[in-house]
Write a protein that binds this ligand. Structure first.
Ligand code: NAD
Length: 471
């Protein structure tokens, strides 16, 4: 059997492929590519039954070209140093692609979340935070974690509480982590942000007739069939927004199995069924698929892997039927699978762009924390009053009364959620068009991932070139 290429090596192969199209020196390219620092820590966890277990955890800071560095913390039994470095590298390129002024980082705690009580998870998370503080691997201007696979607002609230307790006089301490609950300094719209960004990205990719025609597809989301793997934070919200905007969810996969119905599955009902029955299987009217990976092979227009890396490999790529692969998860395709799909003419929307909605809104949360004021607080009422004056003037001039519902909609001042969602939409649309433009400059001879990498490399290179030490 062919040796499995390590995840960081896979990321670097994609980097090298794109770097060949740039004019940067080898020294500079190496500096951009390498991981600047990695911290591996082990610490004891006292389990609820009194036994002691040793926990492995990491934090990798891939690039210090901009500070703070940023990236999620994952709980995963498969975590290792290579994976954390690969994910940290993807964060560097992701931030560059969406013009978020951070370097890339990632953290991981090697545990299977399901096997630990809430109290144990809290102890692990607080201890991990404490270990990061000791080594200066966390802080508003240094390194700002966020949720990732297996973690969410609850875990981030443990992180901010631990950090705050250790830095009581630090004015900006709540900016040490993002993805927090609103009451702990979070920003409205962060929980849904990655999935919403996935939706904006897919919608944008489906907006160009000349890109979709070779796939035998027409523009727009209406009626497009979709399979989603993983109904966690990213997968659930991506599926929700896609369905709300006309796409048909024909397949949904979780770790225990998958379900298929070519006529469509109602997301909320499936989630309710899974909560009640503790399994996605046996959903009324749907066909059971025992092995979750077989769901990736279902007939559909858009496949959204939103669980973990290395899901489409040389072993199953020949059976993948989707025309569009929307990489909601990080690294769901191996490099071999990527090449095979490209040869077949599939449109691959790359992870480091498509799931960048999370870090984009995390950036907004960090800005909110540093400014100590909710977005919209200063301007909302002013905007509303200005719109009202304008609408009343129109009524006076025309002599016609505007219907109350339309009046209220038009006179709405932007609140925090409006501003966050609008900033996210703008970011996802403009980032896509930046690298699509690069693809066009090469007469479509390069794929979207390579174009996105070229864009990222050039942006990171600027920071180093300004230092004046690289030729
Ligand atoms: P999550 O823990 O909320 O959800 C992951 C889901 O996938 C869980 O429901 C899990 O049961 C399911 N799953 C696990 N193995 C599976 C399998 N083999 N088949 C089907 N389902 C499976 O995690 P998440 O935050 O949604 O992260 C998912 C992916 O998105 C990861 O690659 C993560 O790095 C990436 N990502 C997350 C964010 C974020 O803001 N949370 C941001 C960017 C990228």
């Amino acid at each position: 059997m062919a040796e499995q290429v390590k995840f960081f090596e896979q990321v670097n192969r994609n980097f090298d492929k794109a770097a060949a199209y740039t004019k940067h020196s080898q020294g500079l390219l190496k500096q951009i590519k390498i991981c600047n620092s990695v911290y591996h820590v082990t610490f004891p966890l006292k389990r609820d039954d009194g036994s002691i277990e040793t926990i492995d955890a990491w934090r990798a800071e891939h690039s210090h070209h901009k500070l703070p560095v940023k990236g999620g913390i994952r709980y995963s039994p498969n975590a290792d140093e290579d994976e954390v470095m690969a994910l940290a590298a993807l964060m560097t390129y992701k931030c560059a692609i969406v013009d978020v002024p951070f370097g890339g980082a990632k953290g991981a705690i090697k545990i299977e979340k399901r096997n630990y009580s809430d109290m144990e998870l809290e102890r692990v998370t607080r201890r991990y935070t404490y270990e990061l503080i000791k080594k200066n691997f966390i802080g508003p201007g240094v390194d700002v974690p966020a949720p990732d696979y297996g973690t969410g607002p609850r875990e981030m609230s443990w992180v901010v509480d631990t950090y705050g307790a250790m830095a009581p006089a630090q004015l900006d301490s709540i900016a040490c982590v993002t993805g927090k609950p609103i009451t702990q300094g979070g920003v409205r719209g962060r929980t849904e942000a990655t999935g919403r960004g996935v939706f904006f990205g897919i919608r944008e990719a489906c907006g160009y007739a000349e890109d979709l025609k070779p796939l035998g597809l027409t523009t727009g989301l209406e009626g497009k069939t979709v399979v989603v793997q993983g109904l966690g934070n990213v997968g659930y919200y991506a599926a929700k927004f896609l369905q709300e905007n006309g796409a048909v969810l024909v397949g949904l996969a979780e770790y225990e199995g998958a379900i298929y119905n070519p006529k469509g599955l109602e997301l909320e009902k499936v989630v309710k069924h899974r909560t009640e029955k503790k399994s996605i299987l046996n959903y009324p009217g749907a066909t059971n698929i025992a092995h979750t990976t077989e769901a990736l092979e279902l007939e559909c227009d858009i496949l959204v892997p939103a669980a973990l890396e290395n899901q489409i490999t040389a072993a199953n790529v020949d059976r993948i039927k989707a025309r569009i692969i929307a990489e909601a998860a990080n690294g769901p395709l191996t490099a071999d699978a990527n090449e095979a799909l490209l040869k077949r003419g599939a449109l691959i929307i790359p992870d480091m762009y498509l799931n960048a909605g999370g870090v984009t809104v995390s950036y907004f949360e960090w800005l909110k924390n540093l400014s100590h004021v909710r977005f919209g607080r200063m301007g909302k009422r002013f905007e509303e009053n200005a719109y009202k004056k304008l609408l009343h003037t129109m009524e006076d001039l025309t002599g016609k009364k505007i219907a109350q519902e339309i009046f209220d909609q038009a006179a709405h001042g932007a609140n925090e959620e409006d501003l966050v969602n609008s900033g996210l939409e703008e970011t996802m649309i403009s980032a896509y068009n930046q690298f699509r433009e690069i693809q066009k400059q090469y007469n479509n001879k390069i794929d979207l991932r390579t174009a996105a990498f070229i864009n990222a490399i050039n942006k990171v290179a600027v920071s180093y070139l300004e230092l004046g030490i690289f030729p």
